[in-house]
Design a protein around this ligand. Sequence first.
Ligand code: SAM
Length: 292
Amino acid sequence: MATAQCELCDESGDTVERRVYRAIRLAQGPTPGDKELPESLGFIKRLRKDWLAAGSPSRCIEVAGGHGLVSLLLLSLGLSRDATIVDPFRPRSFDTLLSAFREAGLLPESYSLQYDERPLDEALPYLLRGGDGGGGGTVVVACHACAHLTRDLVEIAVAERAAGIAVMPCCHSRRTVAGADRTKHAADALGLPLGVVADIALLGRLEAAGYDARLRVVEACAPSSNRVVVAFRRGEGSGGARLWEGSAARARASEGLSRAYERVHAARPAGTGRKARNRERREYRAARERDK
Ligand SMILES: C[S@@+](CC[C@H](N)C(=O)[O-])C[C@H]1O[C@@H](n2cnc3c(N)ncnc32)[C@H](O)[C@@H]1O
């Protein structure tokens, strides 16, 4: 098998993915449910390309991290060297996984991994302002931060100018999505699930806040919670909100629209347009029928 071509391979040719599965199978103690690893891996695979394109920011904060698999995988895959998990309810499975990853030699030689057991509204502003000695260049990630948690963390990350934000929202409800009932009505009118409309609105929110945002899909997750919104801050000086991919795109669109309206409104004498010509044809045919 051509493992060397796998994007998640290590130097030994084995895949980090396979080694992680093996490590969790051998782990002693409570471990997360079977779907957690494919979901966390799927989440990381969907944000990896944008992460590398953004210059591989080394620090990440995983909000609502629970078992911490996303942070452990980011460290094992060499995407991050410094991870902090924020979750006020630290499960025992995190300690099992940490030992299993260590024993399997999956973690890099030098790394930092912290667990901050405060709610996100306390911990995240502190961490993003560098209260722990951190600072800028940080990516905030959250895999299935339920209901309003995703919204809350995105607002804090935007306000604190995080370098990147990657979330896979879940448990959308009319009470917790931005726009509440109005968003639910829009979704119903379009015949779309509320989560789809809310996640696309989130994409727009991040674009308007100065991020290049993309929406990706994780096949391993249920359709109600399989969309990843991944966003990296545009460079300083490129402006905050952006409506166009570039001034050339706007100029092309503007030219096309002007040409279309010129044709529609082109000054021509009354009674010489397409409708008038069609009327004349109908009247001519009717007259011929009468003369027969
Ligand atoms: C659905 S779990 C997601 C866990 C993990 N990220 C995953 O992918 O399975 C949601 C997590 O949010 C955490 N949580 C609840 N309230 C929170 C808060 N105010 N701040 C941060 N995390 C919170 C819970 O403890 C739980 O671990």
